[in-house]
Design a binder for this molecule. Structure first.
Ligand code: SF4
Length: 348
């Protein structure tokens, strides 16, 4: 379901833009429907009032929690059922530090999926091995945030789960628009992640809600990048960084470069040199994420010492660098692993 189609339905029931916004905002904020409905009913046209319970039920049925897998670091992987039997993963990221003297649950980010499967085919990614199954509608993307909000407060949404957001651009932008206008998420806390697609650099600056951008770089060598990300647009890493820098300067949001660190593939001194050359002095942050090894795939995680040494060297060379664990390391923490296991339980 697309949010634009939902708006049309509401309009056909007599809703004015103000009414549409109220209905969508309450949903996106996961506010309790009972009290909300009563309040809303004073404002809404009669036809809409009568249909609203059915619409609310439909929205609530877009995604259902299949299983939750808590990790020691406070993150949790969610395996989510869609209405047609497909599944995607969402991740509750590590919560913020609890605030002193407040009993409220600390907020956290949520990482959502934008497609079932993915067509980019990154050779190290479990999701990429199965290709694209289908697009998610913008309402299905927001519904993952709503589901997360039933579990804990959410203050950040990262479009970095299964799928390549650039391949489902319209739906992802619709979801961003709703979350950034009525969904209570600061624009800098909406993070659009992509392998780098020219359409993204054309579309994002035109949006009312301009999200932050995460670019998956993985290597500074164009030929190696074509091998690792076989169906990503052929963007020379230097050109990708130039496009990212222009967006960062225009929006004020630093670019987050993602680097899945794989032993013997992209953990050499040549890459450290390449990153320093490309990113020193840029409005950017480099996230080094040691690979989470997957059964049946040949790629290995480098030692933590090597990863830490790379991060230290990059810092010294003027590149703001963070060494990160992929969230939920101890619960099949690689993208697409939960879904793959659920689909093939015999492999356990
Ligand atoms: Fe797609 Fe991301 Fe997996 Fe690459 S890493 S195949 S872009 S889901």
């Amino acid at each position: 379901m697309q949010i634009s189609a939902l708006r049309q339905r509401l309009r056909a029931l007599g809703a004015l833009p103000l009414h549409e916004d109220r209905v969508l905002r309450r949903w996106a904020m996961a506010q309790p429907q009972e009290g909300g409905r009563k309040q809303l009913e004073h404002f809404l046209p009669l036809a809409l009032r009568e249909q609203l319970p059915g619409i609310v039920d439909e929205l609530q049925g877009l995604v259902r929690l299949h299983s939750r897998h808590d990790a020691e670091d406070g993150s949790a992987r969610l395996l989510v059922n869609l209405h047609d039997g497909q599944q995607v993963e969402a991740v509750l990221l590590q919560p913020d530090r609890p605030k002193r003297h407040t009993p409220a649950l600390p907020a956290s980010g949520v990482c959502v999926s934008t497609q079932v499967g993915c067509a980019v085919g990154c050779v190290f990614c479990m999701t990429g091995t199965g290709g694209l199954v289908r697009q998610l509608g913008s309402a299905e993307i927001v519904a993952q945030v709503v589901l997360a909000r039933t579990l804990r407060p959410v203050n950040k949404v990262v479009f970095m789960g299964m799928g390549e957001p650039a391949h489902n651009l319209e739906a992802v932008l619709e979801a961003i628009e709703l979350l950034g206008t009525g969904g209570g998420i600061a624009h800098k806390n909406l993070v659009f992640s992509t392998v780098g697609d020219p359409r993204v650099f054309e579309a994002l600056p035109q949006q009312r809600v301009k999200p932050a951008l995460a670019l998956s770089l993985h290597t500074t060598h164009a030929d190696k990048r074509a091998e690792l990300l076989p169906r990503a647009p052929r963007f020379d890493p230097a050109d990708l960084v130039d496009a990212g820098e222009a967006y960062a300067r225009a929006t004020g949001h630093p670019i987050q470069y993602q680097w899945t660190l794989i032993e013997g593939v992209n953990d050499g001194d040549d890459e450290v040199e390449g990153i320093a050359r490309l990113l020193a002095g840029k409005h950017a942050m480099m996230n080094l994420i040691p690979y989470n090894s997957v059964d049946g795939m040949p790629w290995q995680r480098p030692s933590w010492e090597r990863a830490a040494e790379m991060a230290r060297t990059l810092h010294r060379r003027g590149v703001l660098t963070k060494l990160r664990q992929s969230a939920g390391q101890d619960v099949d923490g690689g993208c697409g692993q939960l879904r793959a296991r659920a689909a093939a339980p015999a492999r356990r």
